[in-house]
Design a protein around this ligand. Sequence first.
Ligand code: ATP
Length: 233
Amino acid sequence: MTLHSRALAAQSNCSAAPIGIFGGTFDPVHFGHLRPALDLLEQLSLAEVRFIPCRHPPHRQLPVANPEQRLAMLRLAIAGESRFRVDERELARTGPSYMVDTLASLRAEQGNVPLCLIMGTDAFQGLPKWHRWTELIELAHLLVMRRPGGLLPRGDELGDFFEARRIHDPAQLMQQPMGFILPLEVTPLEISATRIRTLVEAGGSARYLLPSVVWNYIQKECLYLPSLSTPEK
Ligand code: ATP
């Protein structure tokens, strides 16, 4: 625990620093995930950020890289940053990877430690499509990172949900283990995994959009190249 988080803990009801929970497909992991995660870790004195790759994303197409490859890329990307961890619980589960189940299992392990589910504005806008989405806030706080061009919801069901729980002071995350929503500015990086896959499929380089160890792995595994199957005549 850092001095800053100890000072926050002293004024709060929770005695341990919050844990960041960062779910995604990570197909592949890139600097748009890594730098904002580090920004949050340092801004909020999080104890750690756990990257949780999902096996079966319920609301989108299946990832291109398989779970083992996505896990390998994450491990390579975070090696050397001891405050980042990979958590494999969604890969070990069968069926759709519902975040509400993931948070419930983390909550059962962590007692009243504040859990902070990290997501970009795009993911937050899609929240009402998530399984049992209103229950997420009963298990964790939500940290919403502004993505370039991303907007916060207003005037609809999600907007009301957001306004009712929104906080401005990060110290409040230590007052209770779950229940608040905190929007945050992070390093704006207009990088997406979709853009990387599209670039590689078109024969381009993804260098400097992700860690070089991940780019080397993508090349070694021939990931994201056009399918070699010949079209039927
Ligand atoms: P894809 O393009 O395949 O949808 P992605 O780059 O958005 O992938 P995901 O693994 O789907 O990455 O995203 C995991 C989480 O990371 C989401 O909450 C998403 O909003 C967030 N995220 C992804 N890229 C960025 C970025 N450049 N800045 C801030 N947040 C990001």
